[in-house]
Design a protein around this ligand. Structure first.
Ligand code: SAH
Length: 225
């Protein structure tokens, strides 16, 4: 499960993006309850500073969400790690992500050897994410679309990771979850959101659990160039 990344000098990083600074983030995540070594290793090797604007690169390894333009954010590393850990527990092969954003969550999933499909509604963000993923040699399949309809063609998926919040769970996405699969999604409104985990059992039934309070940008309809 060793990630195969194309590590240019830029991806290796220096100063505030150095391995030492990244290792500090990993220790922080460990202290905050992330226990899956595979996930911690993926956070260690994926250069988060390449998924944000250069002006913010010095903050890339803080455990915080950061702006990526168009009113969107790259998720907080702890949240990315927690969602990834939840999905990994079911031993997935394929994962669908809704909300590509910067491409960072997709990169973490791909570094874990998963077959990743991701959907983004903002064309500008998607183009940039694709470029970064390609430069790192990561094989992620992506689509410019409203992710609330999922990506039926490649489903059902063992894992589904929704990275934008809706007032309620989206039925079309639950339908694209394989037997034994797991979906994680933030659900709620301005008053507060919870990260929910849905697992589809062998009998097709769904078990729902609440993982943590979270704060995501909203899941919106319609496409933007
Ligand atoms: N996973 C991203 C987080 C980005 S923030 C990362 O690692 O950087 C959430 C993203 O979801 C935004 O880019 C937003 O444009 C996108 N989004 C919101 N509603 C969407 C929808 N209906 N379909 C697809 N993407 C959506």
């Amino acid at each position: 499960m060793t990630p195969r990344l194309r590590l240019s000098p830029e991806a290796v990083g220096t100063g505030m993006t150095s391995q030492r600074v990244r290792d500090r983030l990993v220790e922080r995540l460990r202290e905050a309850g992330i226990g899956d070594e595979r996930v911690l290793n993926a956070v260690r090797v994926v250069p988060r500073h390449l998924f944000i604007d250069e002006a913010l690169a010095s903050r890339a390894y803080e455990d915080t969400a950061l702006p990526i333009g168009h009113g969107q954010t790259i998720s907080q590393p702890w949240v990315v790690a927690r969602m990834t850990e939840a999905v990994l527990q079911v031993g997935p092969k394929t994962v669908l992500e809704v909300g590509t954003g910067s491409g960072y969550q997709a990169a973490i999933l791909a570094a874990l050897g998963l077959e990743v499909f991701t959907v983004e509604r903002i064309g500008d963000l998607l183009r940039l994410a694709r470029k970064r993923l390609r430069q790192l040699g990561m094989n992620v399949r992506s689509r410019h679309d409203d992710g609330r309809i999922g990506w039926a063609e490649h489903g059902p998926y063992d894992g589904i990771v929704v990275t934008a919040a809706a007032p309620a769970l989206v039925d079309a996405l639950i339908e694209q979850l394989a037997v034994g699969g797991r979906l994680v999604a933030p659900v709620g409104g301005p008053g507060g959101q919870a990260l929910l985990q849905l697992t589809r059992g062998a009998d097709g039934g769904i078990v729902q659990e609440e993982l943590a309070p979270v704060s995501f940008v909203p899941l919106l309809s319609g496409l933007l160039d």
